[in-house]
Design a binder for this molecule. Structure first.
Ligand SMILES: Nc1ncnc2c1ncn2[C@@H]1O[C@H](COP(=O)(O)OP(=O)(O)OP(=O)(O)O)[C@@H](O)[C@H]1O
Length: 610
Protein backbone atom coordinates (compact mmCIF):
# COMPACT_ATOMS: atom_id res chain seq x y z
CA UNK A 1 0.00 0.00 0.00
CA UNK A 2 1.40 3.42 -0.91
CA UNK A 3 2.02 6.07 1.73
CA UNK A 4 -0.79 8.19 0.26
CA UNK A 5 -3.39 5.42 0.43
CA UNK A 6 -2.23 4.42 3.92
CA UNK A 7 -2.82 8.00 5.00
CA UNK A 8 -6.13 8.00 3.20
CA UNK A 9 -7.29 4.87 4.94
CA UNK A 10 -6.45 6.50 8.25
CA UNK A 11 -8.64 9.42 7.19
CA UNK A 12 -11.41 7.11 6.04
CA UNK A 13 -11.76 5.53 9.46
CA UNK A 14 -12.41 8.89 11.04
CA UNK A 15 -14.54 11.06 8.78
CA UNK A 16 -16.44 9.88 5.76
CA UNK A 17 -17.55 13.42 4.96
CA UNK A 18 -13.99 14.77 4.84
CA UNK A 19 -12.94 11.83 2.75
CA UNK A 20 -15.69 12.58 0.23
CA UNK A 21 -14.41 16.15 -0.08
CA UNK A 22 -10.89 14.88 -0.41
CA UNK A 23 -11.80 12.37 -3.12
CA UNK A 24 -13.69 15.05 -5.02
CA UNK A 25 -10.50 17.14 -5.10
CA UNK A 26 -11.68 19.95 -2.83
CA UNK A 27 -9.60 19.15 0.26
CA UNK A 28 -5.94 18.21 0.41
CA UNK A 29 -4.69 15.68 2.92
CA UNK A 30 -3.09 18.42 4.99
CA UNK A 31 -6.47 20.20 5.27
CA UNK A 32 -8.12 16.98 6.43
CA UNK A 33 -5.39 16.19 8.94
CA UNK A 34 -5.39 19.67 10.43
CA UNK A 35 -9.17 19.63 10.88
CA UNK A 36 -9.08 16.19 12.46
CA UNK A 37 -6.28 17.16 14.83
CA UNK A 38 -8.33 20.19 15.89
CA UNK A 39 -11.41 17.98 16.31
CA UNK A 40 -9.53 15.52 18.53
CA UNK A 41 -8.47 18.36 20.86
CA UNK A 42 -12.06 18.92 21.97
CA UNK A 43 -13.69 15.64 20.87
CA UNK A 44 -15.74 17.45 18.25
CA UNK A 45 -17.69 14.74 16.43
CA UNK A 46 -19.90 16.85 14.17
CA UNK A 47 -18.44 16.20 10.73
CA UNK A 48 -19.87 19.45 9.43
CA UNK A 49 -17.71 21.42 11.87
CA UNK A 50 -14.64 19.42 10.87
CA UNK A 51 -15.49 20.07 7.22
CA UNK A 52 -15.76 23.81 7.92
CA UNK A 53 -12.38 23.73 9.69
CA UNK A 54 -10.75 21.82 6.81
CA UNK A 55 -12.22 24.22 4.22
CA UNK A 56 -10.96 27.19 6.25
CA UNK A 57 -7.43 25.76 6.16
CA UNK A 58 -7.81 25.16 2.44
CA UNK A 59 -9.10 28.69 1.89
CA UNK A 60 -5.95 30.05 3.53
CA UNK A 61 -3.80 28.06 1.14
CA UNK A 62 -5.63 29.80 -1.68
CA UNK A 63 -5.20 33.26 -0.27
CA UNK A 64 -8.47 33.77 1.61
CA UNK A 65 -8.18 34.80 5.23
CA UNK A 66 -11.47 33.15 6.18
CA UNK A 67 -14.30 30.99 4.83
CA UNK A 68 -17.77 32.34 4.16
CA UNK A 69 -19.98 29.38 5.05
CA UNK A 70 -22.88 30.71 2.99
CA UNK A 71 -20.88 30.72 -0.26
CA UNK A 72 -18.38 27.94 0.46
CA UNK A 73 -19.88 25.62 -2.14
CA UNK A 74 -19.63 28.25 -4.92
CA UNK A 75 -15.94 28.83 -4.44
CA UNK A 76 -15.00 25.18 -3.99
CA UNK A 77 -12.54 25.15 -6.83
CA UNK A 78 -11.67 28.82 -7.08
CA UNK A 79 -7.99 29.67 -7.46
CA UNK A 80 -6.62 26.25 -6.59
CA UNK A 81 -4.77 24.17 -9.12
CA UNK A 82 -3.33 21.76 -6.57
CA UNK A 83 -4.67 18.27 -7.01
CA UNK A 84 -4.32 16.50 -3.69
CA UNK A 85 -2.59 13.12 -3.58
CA UNK A 86 -5.20 10.42 -3.95
CA UNK A 87 -7.90 13.02 -4.57
CA UNK A 88 -9.97 13.97 -7.62
CA UNK A 89 -12.28 11.15 -8.53
CA UNK A 90 -12.52 9.89 -12.09
CA UNK A 91 -16.02 8.58 -11.34
CA UNK A 92 -18.43 11.55 -11.70
CA UNK A 93 -20.56 10.11 -8.89
CA UNK A 94 -17.65 10.87 -6.57
CA UNK A 95 -16.71 14.18 -8.21
CA UNK A 96 -17.33 17.78 -7.33
CA UNK A 97 -20.78 17.99 -8.87
CA UNK A 98 -22.03 15.13 -6.71
CA UNK A 99 -20.86 16.60 -3.40
CA UNK A 100 -23.52 17.20 -0.82
CA UNK A 101 -22.81 20.42 0.98
CA UNK A 102 -24.21 21.00 4.46
CA UNK A 103 -27.27 23.23 4.49
CA UNK A 104 -25.88 26.72 5.43
CA UNK A 105 -28.20 27.63 8.33
CA UNK A 106 -27.65 24.28 10.07
CA UNK A 107 -23.95 24.40 9.27
CA UNK A 108 -23.59 27.85 10.84
CA UNK A 109 -25.52 26.70 13.88
CA UNK A 110 -23.31 23.61 14.27
CA UNK A 111 -20.20 25.81 14.12
CA UNK A 112 -21.67 28.30 16.58
CA UNK A 113 -22.36 25.49 19.06
CA UNK A 114 -18.98 23.79 18.65
CA UNK A 115 -16.37 23.91 21.44
CA UNK A 116 -13.84 24.48 18.64
CA UNK A 117 -15.35 27.80 17.65
CA UNK A 118 -15.41 31.12 19.53
CA UNK A 119 -17.95 33.85 18.80
CA UNK A 120 -17.03 37.27 17.40
CA UNK A 121 -17.01 38.93 20.83
CA UNK A 122 -15.16 36.22 22.74
CA UNK A 123 -11.79 37.10 24.29
CA UNK A 124 -8.76 36.33 22.11
CA UNK A 125 -7.05 32.94 21.83
CA UNK A 126 -9.70 30.93 23.70
CA UNK A 127 -10.50 28.54 20.86
CA UNK A 128 -8.77 27.58 17.61
CA UNK A 129 -11.55 28.90 15.34
CA UNK A 130 -13.73 31.96 15.39
CA UNK A 131 -17.06 32.66 13.72
CA UNK A 132 -17.80 36.31 12.92
CA UNK A 133 -21.18 36.54 11.20
CA UNK A 134 -20.94 33.94 8.46
CA UNK A 135 -17.13 34.09 8.25
CA UNK A 136 -15.11 31.32 9.88
CA UNK A 137 -11.45 32.08 10.74
CA UNK A 138 -8.50 30.31 12.24
CA UNK A 139 -8.05 32.36 15.41
CA UNK A 140 -4.58 33.55 14.42
CA UNK A 141 -5.90 35.19 11.23
CA UNK A 142 -8.89 36.69 12.98
CA UNK A 143 -6.51 38.34 15.42
CA UNK A 144 -4.31 39.62 12.61
CA UNK A 145 -7.31 41.09 10.81
CA UNK A 146 -8.48 42.66 14.05
CA UNK A 147 -5.02 44.05 14.68
CA UNK A 148 -4.81 45.60 11.18
CA UNK A 149 -8.27 47.10 11.50
CA UNK A 150 -7.76 48.61 14.95
CA UNK A 151 -4.31 49.94 14.15
CA UNK A 152 -5.47 51.54 10.92
CA UNK A 153 -8.44 53.06 12.71
CA UNK A 154 -6.27 54.38 15.53
CA UNK A 155 -3.97 56.00 12.99
CA UNK A 156 -6.73 57.47 10.84
CA UNK A 157 -8.87 58.67 13.74
CA UNK A 158 -6.15 59.77 16.18
CA UNK A 159 -4.88 63.34 16.43
CA UNK A 160 -3.36 64.53 13.14
CA UNK A 161 0.35 65.34 12.89
CA UNK A 162 1.41 68.96 13.32
CA UNK A 163 1.79 70.92 10.07
CA UNK A 164 2.95 74.42 9.22
CA UNK A 165 0.10 75.45 6.93
CA UNK A 166 1.87 78.41 5.32
CA UNK A 167 4.87 76.30 4.37
CA UNK A 168 2.62 73.46 3.23
CA UNK A 169 0.59 75.60 0.81
CA UNK A 170 3.68 77.37 -0.48
CA UNK A 171 5.43 74.05 -1.19
CA UNK A 172 2.35 72.37 -2.62
CA UNK A 173 2.06 75.21 -5.12
CA UNK A 174 5.75 74.92 -5.90
CA UNK A 175 5.95 71.14 -6.21
CA UNK A 176 2.55 70.58 -7.85
CA UNK A 177 2.05 73.45 -10.29
CA UNK A 178 -1.18 73.35 -12.30
CA UNK A 179 -0.87 71.04 -15.32
CA UNK A 180 -2.66 71.67 -18.61
CA UNK A 181 -2.37 67.94 -19.33
CA UNK A 182 -4.97 67.25 -16.65
CA UNK A 183 -7.62 69.09 -18.72
CA UNK A 184 -9.27 70.41 -15.59
CA UNK A 185 -9.30 67.04 -13.76
CA UNK A 186 -8.44 67.37 -10.08
CA UNK A 187 -4.75 66.92 -9.27
CA UNK A 188 -4.85 63.75 -7.17
CA UNK A 189 -1.06 63.73 -6.85
CA UNK A 190 -1.24 67.02 -4.98
CA UNK A 191 -4.14 65.71 -2.91
CA UNK A 192 -2.08 62.64 -1.93
CA UNK A 193 0.89 64.78 -0.97
CA UNK A 194 -1.27 67.05 1.17
CA UNK A 195 -2.83 63.98 2.78
CA UNK A 196 0.61 62.58 3.62
CA UNK A 197 1.39 65.81 5.46
CA UNK A 198 -1.90 66.00 7.30
CA UNK A 199 -2.57 62.34 8.10
CA UNK A 200 -0.73 59.50 9.75
CA UNK A 201 -1.80 57.07 7.01
CA UNK A 202 -2.12 57.79 3.31
CA UNK A 203 -2.93 55.14 0.74
CA UNK A 204 -1.70 56.09 -2.71
CA UNK A 205 -3.44 53.84 -5.22
CA UNK A 206 -2.98 53.79 -8.98
CA UNK A 207 -2.12 51.72 -12.03
CA UNK A 208 1.19 51.78 -13.88
CA UNK A 209 2.30 55.19 -15.09
CA UNK A 210 -0.15 57.17 -12.96
CA UNK A 211 2.75 58.86 -11.19
CA UNK A 212 2.91 57.01 -7.87
CA UNK A 213 6.68 57.20 -7.67
CA UNK A 214 6.75 60.80 -8.87
CA UNK A 215 4.27 61.63 -6.12
CA UNK A 216 6.33 59.77 -3.51
CA UNK A 217 9.43 61.83 -4.41
CA UNK A 218 7.47 65.07 -4.31
CA UNK A 219 5.65 64.28 -1.08
CA UNK A 220 8.98 63.47 0.56
CA UNK A 221 10.26 66.84 -0.68
CA UNK A 222 7.12 68.46 0.77
CA UNK A 223 7.62 66.84 4.19
CA UNK A 224 11.30 67.72 4.12
CA UNK A 225 10.50 71.35 3.44
CA UNK A 226 8.42 71.64 6.63
CA UNK A 227 10.17 73.64 9.36
CA UNK A 228 12.16 71.64 11.91
CA UNK A 229 14.54 68.73 11.64
CA UNK A 230 14.39 66.64 8.47
CA UNK A 231 12.22 63.54 8.93
CA UNK A 232 13.89 60.13 8.98
CA UNK A 233 12.50 58.32 5.94
CA UNK A 234 12.31 54.58 5.17
CA UNK A 235 11.39 53.28 1.72
CA UNK A 236 10.45 49.60 1.42
CA UNK A 237 8.82 47.06 -0.88
CA UNK A 238 7.97 43.36 -0.50
CA UNK A 239 10.74 41.97 -2.75
CA UNK A 240 14.36 42.98 -3.31
CA UNK A 241 13.55 43.57 -6.94
CA UNK A 242 10.64 45.86 -6.18
CA UNK A 243 12.71 47.69 -3.55
CA UNK A 244 15.48 48.26 -6.10
CA UNK A 245 12.98 49.59 -8.64
CA UNK A 246 11.46 51.86 -6.02
CA UNK A 247 14.81 53.32 -4.96
CA UNK A 248 15.82 53.90 -8.56
CA UNK A 249 12.49 55.42 -9.57
CA UNK A 250 12.32 57.72 -6.55
CA UNK A 251 15.88 58.88 -7.19
CA UNK A 252 15.04 59.58 -10.83
CA UNK A 253 11.93 61.50 -9.84
CA UNK A 254 13.89 63.36 -7.17
CA UNK A 255 16.52 64.31 -9.74
CA UNK A 256 13.85 66.32 -11.57
CA UNK A 257 13.06 68.35 -8.45
CA UNK A 258 14.46 71.84 -7.81
CA UNK A 259 17.99 71.89 -6.39
CA UNK A 260 16.86 72.95 -2.89
CA UNK A 261 14.60 69.86 -2.58
CA UNK A 262 17.16 67.49 -4.04
CA UNK A 263 19.76 68.59 -1.56
CA UNK A 264 17.40 68.18 1.38
CA UNK A 265 16.21 64.74 0.29
CA UNK A 266 19.79 63.44 0.23
CA UNK A 267 20.56 59.80 -0.53
CA UNK A 268 17.45 57.65 -0.80
CA UNK A 269 17.67 53.90 -0.55
CA UNK A 270 15.00 51.23 -0.24
CA UNK A 271 14.96 47.82 1.41
CA UNK A 272 12.60 44.89 1.57
CA UNK A 273 9.87 45.12 4.19
CA UNK A 274 11.35 42.04 5.89
CA UNK A 275 14.74 43.69 6.14
CA UNK A 276 13.27 46.97 7.37
CA UNK A 277 11.37 45.19 10.14
CA UNK A 278 14.47 43.23 11.13
CA UNK A 279 14.20 39.61 10.11
CA UNK A 280 14.92 37.22 12.95
CA UNK A 281 16.48 33.86 12.17
CA UNK A 282 14.23 30.91 12.92
CA UNK A 283 11.09 33.02 13.10
CA UNK A 284 8.77 33.24 10.13
CA UNK A 285 6.54 36.01 11.32
CA UNK A 286 8.28 37.79 14.21
CA UNK A 287 10.64 40.68 13.66
CA UNK A 288 13.14 42.68 15.69
CA UNK A 289 10.96 45.77 15.34
CA UNK A 290 7.51 45.56 16.86
CA UNK A 291 5.27 47.62 19.14
CA UNK A 292 7.81 47.37 21.98
CA UNK A 293 10.75 48.25 19.74
CA UNK A 294 9.33 50.40 16.94
CA UNK A 295 11.16 51.63 13.88
CA UNK A 296 12.90 54.98 14.41
CA UNK A 297 11.53 56.48 11.16
CA UNK A 298 9.18 59.46 10.98
CA UNK A 299 7.98 58.58 7.48
CA UNK A 300 7.62 55.02 6.18
CA UNK A 301 6.74 54.49 2.51
CA UNK A 302 5.84 50.97 1.36
CA UNK A 303 5.44 50.33 -2.38
CA UNK A 304 3.83 47.35 -4.19
CA UNK A 305 1.38 47.01 -1.32
CA UNK A 306 -0.79 44.57 -3.31
CA UNK A 307 1.92 41.97 -2.59
CA UNK A 308 1.78 42.49 1.18
CA UNK A 309 -0.10 39.74 3.01
CA UNK A 310 -2.35 40.23 6.03
CA UNK A 311 0.31 38.76 8.32
CA UNK A 312 3.04 41.09 7.07
CA UNK A 313 0.68 44.09 7.22
CA UNK A 314 -0.10 43.34 10.87
CA UNK A 315 3.63 43.22 11.68
CA UNK A 316 4.33 46.38 9.69
CA UNK A 317 1.65 48.36 11.51
CA UNK A 318 2.95 47.13 14.87
CA UNK A 319 6.48 48.25 14.01
CA UNK A 320 5.74 51.75 12.65
CA UNK A 321 5.59 54.32 15.48
CA UNK A 322 2.00 55.44 16.11
CA UNK A 323 3.03 59.06 15.52
CA UNK A 324 4.94 58.35 12.30
CA UNK A 325 3.53 58.98 8.84
CA UNK A 326 2.82 55.84 6.86
CA UNK A 327 2.38 56.02 3.08
CA UNK A 328 1.08 52.81 1.45
CA UNK A 329 1.53 52.72 -2.31
CA UNK A 330 0.25 50.20 -4.82
CA UNK A 331 -2.16 49.06 -7.48
CA UNK A 332 -5.22 47.47 -5.85
CA UNK A 333 -6.37 46.00 -9.17
CA UNK A 334 -3.41 43.64 -9.35
CA UNK A 335 -3.36 40.10 -8.03
CA UNK A 336 -3.23 39.95 -4.25
CA UNK A 337 -0.37 38.63 -2.15
CA UNK A 338 0.73 35.02 -2.55
CA UNK A 339 0.00 34.53 1.15
CA UNK A 340 -3.48 35.10 2.54
CA UNK A 341 -5.10 38.50 2.43
CA UNK A 342 -6.07 41.23 0.01
CA UNK A 343 -5.12 44.09 2.29
CA UNK A 344 -4.63 46.86 -0.27
CA UNK A 345 -7.80 45.98 -2.18
CA UNK A 346 -9.70 45.82 1.11
CA UNK A 347 -8.47 49.21 2.33
CA UNK A 348 -9.04 50.96 -0.99
CA UNK A 349 -12.47 49.31 -1.27
CA UNK A 350 -13.72 51.20 1.80
CA UNK A 351 -14.87 54.80 1.89
CA UNK A 352 -11.71 55.85 3.67
CA UNK A 353 -10.58 59.44 3.52
CA UNK A 354 -6.92 58.45 3.59
CA UNK A 355 -7.18 56.69 0.20
CA UNK A 356 -6.20 58.77 -2.83
CA UNK A 357 -6.56 57.21 -6.27
CA UNK A 358 -4.39 58.44 -9.12
CA UNK A 359 -6.27 58.05 -12.37
CA UNK A 360 -4.36 59.97 -15.04
CA UNK A 361 -1.89 57.85 -17.00
CA UNK A 362 1.24 59.91 -17.69
CA UNK A 363 3.30 57.21 -19.34
CA UNK A 364 1.40 55.05 -21.78
CA UNK A 365 -0.21 56.32 -24.87
CA UNK A 366 -0.33 53.00 -26.70
CA UNK A 367 -2.87 50.23 -26.72
CA UNK A 368 -1.35 48.43 -23.71
CA UNK A 369 -2.72 51.06 -21.33
CA UNK A 370 -6.12 50.90 -23.02
CA UNK A 371 -6.13 47.10 -22.78
CA UNK A 372 -5.13 47.19 -19.11
CA UNK A 373 -7.94 49.67 -18.52
CA UNK A 374 -10.53 47.55 -20.35
CA UNK A 375 -9.52 44.50 -18.32
CA UNK A 376 -9.51 46.43 -15.05
CA UNK A 377 -12.99 47.82 -15.64
CA UNK A 378 -14.42 44.47 -16.76
CA UNK A 379 -15.07 45.53 -20.37
CA UNK A 380 -14.55 42.25 -22.25
CA UNK A 381 -15.87 43.54 -25.61
CA UNK A 382 -13.38 46.41 -25.58
CA UNK A 383 -10.53 44.15 -24.50
CA UNK A 384 -11.23 41.75 -27.38
CA UNK A 385 -11.70 44.64 -29.85
CA UNK A 386 -8.30 46.08 -28.87
CA UNK A 387 -6.62 42.69 -29.07
CA UNK A 388 -7.99 42.07 -32.55
CA UNK A 389 -7.62 45.64 -33.86
CA UNK A 390 -4.31 45.01 -35.60
CA UNK A 391 -2.48 47.22 -33.08
CA UNK A 392 1.24 46.55 -33.12
CA UNK A 393 1.64 46.49 -29.35
CA UNK A 394 -1.13 44.06 -28.31
CA UNK A 395 -2.11 40.80 -30.02
CA UNK A 396 -4.15 37.71 -29.28
CA UNK A 397 -3.00 34.55 -31.06
CA UNK A 398 -4.49 31.09 -30.74
CA UNK A 399 -2.59 28.41 -28.85
CA UNK A 400 -2.87 24.75 -29.57
CA UNK A 401 -1.97 23.03 -26.28
CA UNK A 402 -0.13 20.29 -28.11
CA UNK A 403 1.92 22.61 -30.33
CA UNK A 404 5.38 23.60 -29.26
CA UNK A 405 7.88 26.28 -30.24
CA UNK A 406 8.87 26.12 -33.86
CA UNK A 407 5.51 24.64 -34.83
CA UNK A 408 4.92 27.37 -37.40
CA UNK A 409 2.00 29.13 -35.64
CA UNK A 410 2.22 32.97 -35.76
CA UNK A 411 2.01 33.55 -31.99
CA UNK A 412 4.44 30.77 -31.16
CA UNK A 413 6.84 32.01 -33.84
CA UNK A 414 6.95 35.47 -32.31
CA UNK A 415 7.45 33.92 -28.88
CA UNK A 416 10.28 31.75 -30.16
CA UNK A 417 11.95 34.72 -31.81
CA UNK A 418 11.75 36.83 -28.64
CA UNK A 419 13.03 34.00 -26.46
CA UNK A 420 15.98 33.43 -28.78
CA UNK A 421 16.84 37.13 -29.01
CA UNK A 422 16.70 37.65 -25.26
CA UNK A 423 18.70 34.46 -24.48
CA UNK A 424 21.32 35.30 -27.08
CA UNK A 425 21.72 38.90 -25.85
CA UNK A 426 21.93 37.72 -22.24
CA UNK A 427 24.57 35.15 -23.12
CA UNK A 428 26.69 37.64 -25.04
CA UNK A 429 26.50 40.29 -22.30
CA UNK A 430 27.26 37.66 -19.64
CA UNK A 431 30.26 36.42 -21.63
CA UNK A 432 31.50 40.01 -21.91
CA UNK A 433 31.16 40.40 -18.13
CA UNK A 434 28.48 43.10 -18.43
CA UNK A 435 26.11 42.07 -15.63
CA UNK A 436 23.81 45.08 -16.01
CA UNK A 437 23.35 44.43 -19.74
CA UNK A 438 22.76 40.72 -19.12
CA UNK A 439 20.07 41.61 -16.56
CA UNK A 440 18.47 44.00 -19.05
CA UNK A 441 18.52 41.28 -21.72
CA UNK A 442 16.71 38.70 -19.58
CA UNK A 443 14.11 41.32 -18.69
CA UNK A 444 13.55 42.36 -22.31
CA UNK A 445 10.89 39.69 -22.61
CA UNK A 446 9.17 37.40 -20.12
CA UNK A 447 6.91 34.42 -20.72
CA UNK A 448 4.15 34.29 -18.10
CA UNK A 449 1.72 31.49 -17.22
CA UNK A 450 -1.27 31.30 -14.90
CA UNK A 451 -0.59 27.69 -13.95
CA UNK A 452 2.44 25.94 -12.57
CA UNK A 453 1.54 22.46 -13.83
CA UNK A 454 -0.01 20.99 -16.95
CA UNK A 455 0.13 21.97 -20.64
CA UNK A 456 -0.35 25.68 -19.86
CA UNK A 457 1.96 25.72 -16.86
CA UNK A 458 5.36 27.14 -16.02
CA UNK A 459 6.96 23.70 -15.59
CA UNK A 460 6.12 22.60 -19.11
CA UNK A 461 7.08 25.90 -20.70
CA UNK A 462 10.36 26.22 -18.84
CA UNK A 463 11.39 22.83 -20.15
CA UNK A 464 10.09 23.54 -23.62
CA UNK A 465 11.98 26.85 -23.86
CA UNK A 466 15.20 25.36 -22.49
CA UNK A 467 15.04 22.58 -25.09
CA UNK A 468 14.18 25.03 -27.86
CA UNK A 469 17.13 27.28 -27.02
CA UNK A 470 19.50 24.32 -26.80
CA UNK A 471 18.26 23.17 -30.24
CA UNK A 472 18.43 26.52 -31.97
CA UNK A 473 21.27 28.49 -30.33
CA UNK A 474 24.51 26.59 -30.89
CA UNK A 475 26.29 25.92 -27.60
CA UNK A 476 23.45 27.30 -25.45
CA UNK A 477 23.53 26.01 -21.85
CA UNK A 478 26.41 23.74 -22.78
CA UNK A 479 28.75 25.21 -20.16
CA UNK A 480 27.37 23.48 -17.06
CA UNK A 481 24.57 24.01 -14.56
CA UNK A 482 25.34 27.70 -14.10
CA UNK A 483 25.78 28.45 -17.78
CA UNK A 484 26.46 32.00 -18.98
CA UNK A 485 23.21 33.91 -19.43
CA UNK A 486 21.14 31.41 -17.40
CA UNK A 487 18.10 33.35 -16.13
CA UNK A 488 17.56 32.69 -12.42
CA UNK A 489 14.54 32.85 -10.14
CA UNK A 490 14.98 32.93 -6.37
CA UNK A 491 12.48 30.50 -4.83
CA UNK A 492 12.98 31.14 -1.08
CA UNK A 493 13.95 34.14 1.03
CA UNK A 494 17.60 34.34 2.02
CA UNK A 495 18.07 37.26 4.35
CA UNK A 496 21.84 36.90 4.54
CA UNK A 497 22.16 37.42 0.80
CA UNK A 498 19.28 39.93 0.66
CA UNK A 499 17.58 37.71 -1.90
CA UNK A 500 13.83 37.28 -1.75
CA UNK A 501 11.38 34.82 -3.19
CA UNK A 502 10.56 36.09 -6.69
CA UNK A 503 13.83 37.98 -7.26
CA UNK A 504 15.32 37.30 -10.69
CA UNK A 505 18.91 37.34 -11.87
CA UNK A 506 21.32 36.00 -14.44
CA UNK A 507 24.60 34.08 -14.49
CA UNK A 508 27.46 36.25 -15.71
CA UNK A 509 31.24 36.25 -16.01
CA UNK A 510 33.30 38.54 -13.76
CA UNK A 511 37.03 38.95 -13.14
CA UNK A 512 36.56 36.87 -10.00
CA UNK A 513 34.83 34.02 -11.86
CA UNK A 514 31.20 33.08 -12.56
CA UNK A 515 28.66 35.06 -10.58
CA UNK A 516 24.89 35.16 -10.24
CA UNK A 517 23.84 38.80 -10.71
CA UNK A 518 20.67 40.30 -9.22
CA UNK A 519 19.43 43.79 -10.06
CA UNK A 520 19.73 46.38 -7.33
CA UNK A 521 19.40 50.15 -7.55
CA UNK A 522 23.08 51.15 -7.40
CA UNK A 523 24.78 48.12 -8.92
CA UNK A 524 23.87 44.43 -9.24
CA UNK A 525 24.45 42.06 -6.33
CA UNK A 526 26.99 39.41 -7.39
CA UNK A 527 27.26 35.99 -5.69
CA UNK A 528 29.21 32.84 -6.49
CA UNK A 529 26.58 30.31 -7.65
CA UNK A 530 27.58 27.89 -4.88
CA UNK A 531 26.23 30.32 -2.29
CA UNK A 532 22.70 30.16 -3.71
CA UNK A 533 20.41 27.76 -1.93
CA UNK A 534 17.11 28.09 -3.71
CA UNK A 535 17.19 29.15 -7.35
CA UNK A 536 15.63 27.74 -10.50
CA UNK A 537 15.82 28.59 -14.19
CA UNK A 538 13.26 31.14 -15.25
CA UNK A 539 12.40 31.08 -18.91
CA UNK A 540 8.76 31.20 -17.82
CA UNK A 541 7.23 32.32 -14.52
CA UNK A 542 3.80 32.61 -12.94
CA UNK A 543 2.02 35.94 -13.18
CA UNK A 544 2.04 35.99 -9.37
CA UNK A 545 5.84 35.91 -9.29
CA UNK A 546 6.04 38.67 -11.92
CA UNK A 547 4.39 41.20 -9.63
CA UNK A 548 6.75 44.01 -8.80
CA UNK A 549 8.65 43.56 -12.09
CA UNK A 550 8.35 45.18 -15.48
CA UNK A 551 9.44 43.85 -18.86
CA UNK A 552 9.62 45.44 -22.31
CA UNK A 553 7.60 42.56 -23.83
CA UNK A 554 5.34 40.04 -22.15
CA UNK A 555 3.83 36.85 -23.57
CA UNK A 556 1.04 35.30 -21.52
CA UNK A 557 -0.06 31.69 -21.99
CA UNK A 558 -3.79 31.77 -21.29
CA UNK A 559 -5.27 28.59 -19.87
CA UNK A 560 -8.64 27.37 -21.21
CA UNK A 561 -11.70 29.38 -20.12
CA UNK A 562 -12.68 26.83 -17.48
CA UNK A 563 -9.44 27.27 -15.52
CA UNK A 564 -10.23 28.61 -12.04
CA UNK A 565 -7.01 30.64 -12.12
CA UNK A 566 -8.19 32.74 -15.04
CA UNK A 567 -9.27 35.96 -13.33
CA UNK A 568 -9.45 39.65 -14.13
CA UNK A 569 -6.62 40.43 -11.68
CA UNK A 570 -4.41 37.80 -13.30
CA UNK A 571 -4.89 39.22 -16.80
CA UNK A 572 -4.55 42.82 -15.61
CA UNK A 573 -1.35 42.04 -13.70
CA UNK A 574 0.16 40.26 -16.72
CA UNK A 575 -0.77 43.02 -19.19
CA UNK A 576 0.43 45.80 -16.92
CA UNK A 577 3.90 44.19 -16.54
CA UNK A 578 4.68 45.12 -20.16
CA UNK A 579 5.86 48.48 -21.46
CA UNK A 580 6.01 47.95 -25.24
CA UNK A 581 4.46 44.64 -26.31
CA UNK A 582 1.79 42.22 -25.04
CA UNK A 583 1.19 38.89 -26.76
CA UNK A 584 -1.62 36.74 -25.41
CA UNK A 585 -1.62 33.10 -26.47
CA UNK A 586 -5.05 31.55 -26.11
CA UNK A 587 -8.67 31.93 -27.11
CA UNK A 588 -11.04 34.88 -27.19
CA UNK A 589 -13.25 32.92 -24.79
CA UNK A 590 -10.39 32.72 -22.32
CA UNK A 591 -9.93 36.51 -22.51
CA UNK A 592 -13.65 37.09 -22.00
CA UNK A 593 -13.77 34.66 -19.12
CA UNK A 594 -10.81 36.32 -17.39
CA UNK A 595 -12.16 39.84 -17.80
CA UNK A 596 -15.56 38.90 -16.44
CA UNK A 597 -14.33 37.03 -13.38
CA UNK A 598 -12.91 39.13 -10.54
CA UNK A 599 -10.89 37.05 -8.07
CA UNK A 600 -12.88 36.32 -5.01
CA UNK A 601 -10.74 36.41 -1.91
CA UNK A 602 -12.61 36.07 1.33
CA UNK A 603 -11.60 38.48 4.05
CA UNK A 604 -13.61 40.36 6.62
CA UNK A 605 -11.36 43.43 6.62
CA UNK A 606 -13.29 45.47 4.06
CA UNK A 607 -16.59 44.81 5.83
CA UNK A 608 -15.17 45.54 9.26
CA UNK A 609 -13.50 48.76 8.13
CA UNK A 610 -16.41 49.93 6.02
N1 LIG B 1 2.34 65.28 -12.73
C1 LIG B 1 3.10 64.85 -13.73
N2 LIG B 1 3.43 65.65 -14.75
C2 LIG B 1 4.20 65.21 -15.78
N3 LIG B 1 4.70 63.97 -15.88
C3 LIG B 1 4.40 63.11 -14.88
C4 LIG B 1 3.61 63.49 -13.75
N4 LIG B 1 3.48 62.42 -12.94
C5 LIG B 1 4.18 61.44 -13.51
N5 LIG B 1 4.74 61.84 -14.66
C6 LIG B 1 5.57 61.03 -15.58
O1 LIG B 1 4.88 59.81 -15.89
C7 LIG B 1 5.75 58.71 -15.89
C8 LIG B 1 5.24 57.67 -14.90
O2 LIG B 1 5.35 58.16 -13.59
P1 LIG B 1 5.76 57.24 -12.39
O3 LIG B 1 6.93 56.40 -12.72
O4 LIG B 1 5.85 58.12 -11.19
O5 LIG B 1 4.46 56.31 -12.29
P2 LIG B 1 4.19 55.04 -11.40
O6 LIG B 1 2.75 55.07 -11.05
O7 LIG B 1 5.16 54.99 -10.27
O8 LIG B 1 4.48 53.88 -12.43
P3 LIG B 1 4.84 52.33 -12.18
O9 LIG B 1 3.90 51.81 -11.16
O10 LIG B 1 4.63 51.75 -13.52
O11 LIG B 1 6.26 52.33 -11.75
C9 LIG B 1 7.13 59.25 -15.56
O12 LIG B 1 7.82 59.43 -16.75
C10 LIG B 1 6.85 60.58 -14.89
O13 LIG B 1 7.89 61.49 -15.10
Amino acid sequence: MSAASLELSAVRVRSALLERFHTAGVLGLADVHTAEALGRMVRERDERVLLAAALTVRALRNGSVCLDLTTASDVALAEDEAVPAGGVATDPALGLEALEWPEPAGWLEACRESPLVAGADAPPAERPLRLAGTLLYLERYWQQEESVRTQLEARTQGSPPGVDDAALFRDLDRLFPPSAALHGEPDHQREAAESSARRRVTVLAGGPGTGKTTTVARLLALLNAQPGPAPRVALAAPTGKAAARLAEAVREAAARLPEQDRARLGALDASTVHRLLGWRPGSKSRFRHDAANPLPHDVVVVDEMSMVSLTLMARLLEAVRPDARLVLVGDPDQLSSVEAGAVLADITGTANASVVRLTHNWRFEGTIAQLADAVRTGDADRAVALLTSGATDVTLAPLDAGAGLGAGAPGLDELAQRLSASADDARRAAAAGDAAAALRAVEAHRLLCAHRRGPYGVNRWNLEVEQWLARTLPGYAADGEFYLGRPLLVTANDKDLDLWNGDTGVVTRTDAGLRAAFARAERPLLYPPARLDAVSTVHAMTVHKAQGSQFAAVTLVLPPPESPLLTRELLYTAVSRATTRVLLLGSEDAVRQAVSRPANRASGLRQRMG
